[in-house]
Design a protein around this ligand. Structure first.
Ligand SMILES: Cc1cc2nc3c(=O)[nH]c(=O)nc-3n(C[C@H](O)[C@H](O)[C@H](O)COP(=O)(O)OP(=O)(O)OC[C@H]3O[C@@H](n4cnc5c(N)ncnc54)[C@H](O)[C@@H]3O)c2cc1C
Length: 376
């Protein structure tokens, strides 16, 4: 796990600032927004309670194509062209039509930050009044504010829905030293009644964890059990809540990207590429505002509609997420074996990638969003 580098005590000086775009959260979504604004000329400020890349927020598995599209290959650790799924009654191996890779969180965040231009401050965001964001170091004002703070949706208006009532899953993993060559998934009720376990090798480390779709089900014991079954040490824990339903991507004049907007995919809990994808979309709209090609209100409406236009695949994946725990394990094992057909796998994984395809990165032209806005 990265060591703590956040400024503390006397180093945590008072902060008062004005900027054109304030991005709260310096992980996948926040840094993707900033990257998209890199040559816009906007005074961009990014705040996070930790230094960039200091606190890993996931197992860091992503379609390799996304790393390539963003020029982040330097962060890549291991690549897998096969997904191994274990159920109590069968193990199946799917040849993937595109590969998955694990990456180093600190390196990736550093690379993304290098592609952007912004002022960074470590500060804990506590809330907002209109276009002023309150942090533990002082207030920051901006006409364009992005909440990329994760599932808590700190800058949302009104009372926030908290777990276990919110539409959230929970995930926990350990990071023992070790090596492996397979990306493995366990759909096994002896670990978790509704959810799955995983082991993602990343060079000299394994990321072994369990996710539960039911937020009331605690995952510490199952994570320990899975790690012990794999003869791995239960060290360096990392866990969080994971949204599994889309939320409004704009509210009360604020833009939300990544987990704060529920952009993590249900069923697989894959939320990195979607955080990047929607972060890019958000950054494009903000950019068009800054260069004067659309108003803030137009940007809010367009980004809101863009996010909402993805509701269908999110709904379908949530349905399957709810269905799988009801399928008897023997039937599930047999079904997974039957669907191991090249054409079906290509079709299913192809559609899955389409939900947030890496070609979206290429579709950027400096003023693509603004041109469309002007034409509209
Ligand atoms: C155990 C686990 C494993 C996972 N594995 C994968 C995986 O392999 N692949 C995948 O695609 N997805 C995975 N996910 C999901 C993925 O981690 C999230 O969907 C993704 O991190 C969302 O990115 P984000 O930028 O929206 O939010 P986050 O990555 O959560 O970043 C939020 C940022 O905001 C900062 N922050 C939060 N609150 C405050 C505050 N009040 N003030 C200041 N800063 C604040 C945090 O420090 C952080 O930097 C996993 C999740 C879990 C829990």
């Amino acid at each position: 796990m990265p060591r703590r580098a956040t400024k503390r005590g006397a180093q945590r000086t008072p902060l008062s600032a004005d900027c054109d775009v304030l991005i709260c959260g310096a992980s996948f979504a926040g840094l993707a927004v900033a990257r998209e604004l890199s040559d816009s000329g906007a005074r961009v400020m990014v705040v996070d309670r930790y230094e960039i890349g200091e606190r890993q927020t996931s197992a860091c598995g992503i379609p390799t194509l996304w790393l390539e599209a963003l020029g982040l290959q330097e962060a890549l650790q291991q690549t897998f062209d096969e997904l191994v799924i274990h159920t109590p009654h069968a193990t199946v191996r799917y040849d993937l039509p595109w590969t998955f890779s694990t990456f180093d969180y600190r390196t990736l965040c550093g690379l993304l930050a290098d592609q952007a231009a912004f002022r960074f401050e470590t500060a804990k965001v506590n809330g907002r009044t209109g276009f002023t964001v309150h942090t533990d170091r002082g207030d920051i004002r901006a006409p364009l504010i992005v909440d990329a703070l994760g599932w808590r949706r700190v800058l949302g208006a009104g009372e926030n829905v908290q777990p276990p009532d919110a539409l959230l899953s929970r995930g926990l993993e350990v990071h023992p030293f070790g090596s492996g060559s397979e990306m493995e998934i366990w759909i096994d009720r002896s670990y978790v009644p509704a959810g799955y376990g995983w082991s993602f090798p990343a060079d000299a480390e394994l990321r072994i964890g369990v996710g539960s779709f039911d937020p009331r089900f605690h995952v510490r014991e199952p994570t320990v059990k899975l790690a012990e079954d794999l003869k791995a040490e239960t060290v360096r824990y990392q866990g969080n809540w994971i949204p599994h339903a889309l939320r409004d991507a704009t509210q009360d004049g604020v833009f939300f990207a990544g987990d704060s907007a529920g952009h993590c995919l249900p069923l697989t809990a894959e939320g990195i590429r979607t955080a990047l994808y929607f972060g890019i979309a958000c950054g494009r709209e903000l950019r068009a505002v800054h260069v004067g090609h659309q108003t803030r209100e137009q940007a809010l409406a367009r980004y809101h509609a863009f996010s909402a236009s993805h509701a269908l695949p999110f709904r379908w994946m949530l349905r399957v997420q709810r269905l799988i725990p009801r399928v008897p394990p023997r039937v599930l094992g047999a079904s997974l074996g039957v669907i191991d057909r090249r054409r079906f796998i290509d079709w299913a994984f192809g559609h899955y990638l389409e939900v947030a395809h890496p070609r979206f990165v290429e579709q950027r032209t400096p003023t693509s969003a603004s041109r469309k806005a002007v034409a509209a």
